[in-house]
Design a protein around this ligand. Structure first.
Ligand SMILES: NC(=O)c1ccc[n+]([C@@H]2O[C@H](COP(=O)([O-])OP(=O)(O)OC[C@H]3O[C@@H](n4cnc5c(N)ncnc54)[C@H](OP(=O)(O)O)[C@@H]3O)[C@@H](O)[C@H]2O)c1
Length: 238
């Protein structure tokens, strides 16, 4: 049975590949972008509708997502994929070290990486509740694993803390929404050959990561809610 899916940040990178692979298997997909004019590849995909959603515009998110769900005729799966690292915010380099960090760039990362996924779910909640198999997949990073932190790692406060916070938000949401039958997990996509991943030196092609994430999302049951998984379905330490 095909799913009605919303993928955020679908104009490029992992989000674009997720939208392409989901639509190719027959799902009805909405890919959200900040600027539709910069998403020609997404717009060209069969079975994909492009919607504009700027995840830094917090106040607008729930109503915009509700409108998207209305037009989609419901939603079964939300993939909160959009995310930014320090390079994605103005003066983001000052989120990297405690010696020169500034508040505003770090708060900008929190707005997009942590607050927005929750507001997306808030906007979609009535439609998720009405789905027979409602799932939320929040794309996190191994860099947000507190238990997996290696002492010699780069601190990168902005990115690490937002992904760790997303992990907790997702776990709390899993508990809160369990009675609604909504399954919520965080998935680490691995090191992927995208703009954020730094291109070809990364371990995984977007296709490898996205096909793994889709397999994980497809196989989720209520027993999985609250888990932190890798792109290939392996368990990760919170
Ligand atoms: N690549 C990796 O190795 C890696 C590793 C671990 C985790 N991740 C996670 O995987 C996810 C996808 O990353 P990626 O590698 O595909 O990154 P990417 O190539 O940098 O793409 C990021 C996506 O997020 C969107 N985005 C950024 N800010 C946004 C905003 N304010 N509103 C709406 N959309 C926004 C971008 O849209 P625009 O085109 O408009 O900028 C773009 O579509 C992210 O959550 C990332 O943290 C990636």
């Amino acid at each position: 049975m095909s799913d009605r899916v919303i993928v955020t940040g679908a104009g490029r990178g992992l989000g674009l590949t997720l939208a392409r692979l989901l639509s190719a298997r027959g799902d009805v997909v909405v890919g959200t972008v900040r600027d539709a004019a910069r998403a020609p590849e997404l717009a060209a995909l069969d079975g994909v509708t492009v919607e504009v959603l700027d995840l830094s515009d917090s106040d607008a998110i729930p109503a915009r997502v509700a409108g998207i769900c209305e037009r989609l005729g419901g939603v079964d799966l939300i993939i909160n994929n959009a995310g930014i690292n320090y390079a994605g915010v103005e003066n983001g380099v000052s989120t990297l070290s405690v010696t020169d960090m500034d508040a505003e760039p770090m708060l900008g990362l929190f707005r997009v990486n942590v607050v927005a996924p929750l507001l997306v779910v808030r906007g979609a909640l009535p439609w998720l509740r009405a789905s027979s198999n409602p799932r939320v997949v929040n794309i996190t990073s191994w860099l947000g694993s507190t238990g997996g932190y290696a002492a010699n790692s780069s601190p990168n406060y902005g990115y690490r803390t937002t992904k760790a916070a997303l992990n907790m938000a997702s776990r709390a949401m899993a508990a809160e929404l369990a009675d609604d039958g909504i399954t919520s997990v965080v998935v680490n996509p691995g090191w992927v050959q995208t703009d954020m991943g730094g291109g070809a030196k990364a371990d995984l092609t977007p296709e490898q990561s996205a096909s793994g994430i889709i397999a994980v999302a497809s196989g989720l049951t209520s027993a999985d809610t609250g888990r932190f998984l890798d792109w290939n379905g392996e368990e990760r330490a919170y």
